[in-house]
Structures are given as C-alpha cells and as structure tokens.
Design a protein around this ligand. Structure first.
Ligand code: 5GP
Ligand code: MG
Length: 183
C-alpha cells in the first residue's frame, strides 16, 4: 500500500508574506494595464500548475477591465518535489491551441532563475506568435540565470521559498489564499 502524503510543515508555522487583500488589489491594477496594452487580441498561456490561482483571478479582473482573452494551459516542470530547481525545464503537457499570429501573454507564478519563462517565450516565438509578453505574480530579483524579464510583475519578494495562492511545497499549500513562507 502506498503511504498517503502529509504536508511537510504545520500550517501554524507558515508566515504571511503577502495578505490576500494586497494580492487582490494588485491583480486588479495589473489587469487594467494588461487590458489597456492588449486592445485587439489576447491569448493567455498559463503555466501549470503554480499559476492556476493567479490566472483565475487575473482573467476575472480582466473581464472587469473590459478585456476578452482566450486562455490556454501548458504544464512545465523544473522543481521536482523539493525546494531546489533541477535546472532543466520539461514540457509535460503542451497547449491545445496554436499561437501563430497571436498576441501571447505568458502567465506564471514566479520568476526566479528565468529558465521556465525563457523556455516558454522561445517556444512561443518558434511557433510564430505575433508578440510575446510575460506576467508574473512574483519576482525574486538577483536569481536570474537566463536573460528574461517580465512585463507585468505583481510583487518582488526576497529570496525565500514561498507557498500559497497556487504555489506549492511538495504539492501542498496551493490552497492558501495568501503568499507565505516557512521560516
Ligand atoms: P525559474 O524557472 O524562474 O527558476 O522558476 C520558475 C518556477 O519555479 C516557478 O514557476 C515555480 O513553479 C518554481 N518556483 C520558484 N521559486 C519558487 C518558490 O519560492 N516557491 C515555490 N513554491 N515555487 C517556486
Ligand atoms: Mg511553476
């Protein structure tokens, strides 16, 4: 029989870094900027699994900002089950739709080494997207291994392993409504 996984840390030990109310305000502001920058065409490419919560709040904020995006998903992996990136990006599940000729906005949870977003941006350009921009909820400055910047950034965070609002530790804590860290 396989053992049922248990969360690696007690919930009471997780410290809040960004409260849910701050996230909600920031997402609304980003959505207004994005809606203004993509008046005619917006194809969102959301990177699973970490960005699903951010994406779902962002597209509803986009609706209120008058934007009519299409939304697609891709599953990428680089972290494995721990807190250290493995260094190689794996395409685990591809988009269903073509991005050819489209104005693409890649949406990810966090920009750290830049490997994930560099890989995805190159792939979108290879597939002849008309333009490619990047939105991330979080950015960890000073950790970059690839030349890639985000056009829309929710928050810059210090170099801590963060969880919540879609981000996991061993596939736990994605359900937390805030961004936290385990000290
Ligand atoms: P990068 O390719 O930029 O090094 O890392 C991007 C991916 O690594 C993110 O999409 C995210 O899944 C994961 N990641 C990076 N930093 C953190 C972190 O502090 N916490 C969690 N949960 N995931 C992270
Ligand atoms: Mg990720």
């Amino acid at each position: 029989m396989t053992a049922i996984p248990v969360p690696p840390a007690d919930l009471r030990d997780i410290k809040t870094l960004i409260p849910a109310t701050d996230i909600a305000l920031r997402v609304r502001t980003l959505a207004k900027q994005i809606a203004a920058d993509f008046p005619d065409d917006l194809m969102i490419v959301s990177l699973l699994r970490g960005s699903f919560v951010f994406t779902s709040d962002l597209i509803r904020a986009l609706h209120h900002a008058g934007c009519r995006p299409q939304v697609s998903f891709m599953t990428l992996g680089s972290y494995g089950s721990g807190t250290e990136s493995s260094g190689t990006v794996q395409l685990m599940r591809d988009l269903i739709e073509s991005v050819e000729g489209r104005h693409v906005l890649i949406v990810d949870d966090i920009l750290e080494s830049g490997r994930t977003l560099h890989f995805t941006r190159e792939l979108m350009l290879e597939r002849k997207a008309h333009s490619v921009r990047i939105a991330v909820l979080l950015e960890k400055p000073g950790k970059r291994k690839r030349d890639v910047n985000a056009d829309y950034i929710g928050f810059k965070v210090e170099d801590k392993f963060v969880v919540g609002y879609g981000l996991d530790y061993a596939n736990f804590y994605r359900e937390l409504p805030f961004i936290g860290y385990i000290p």
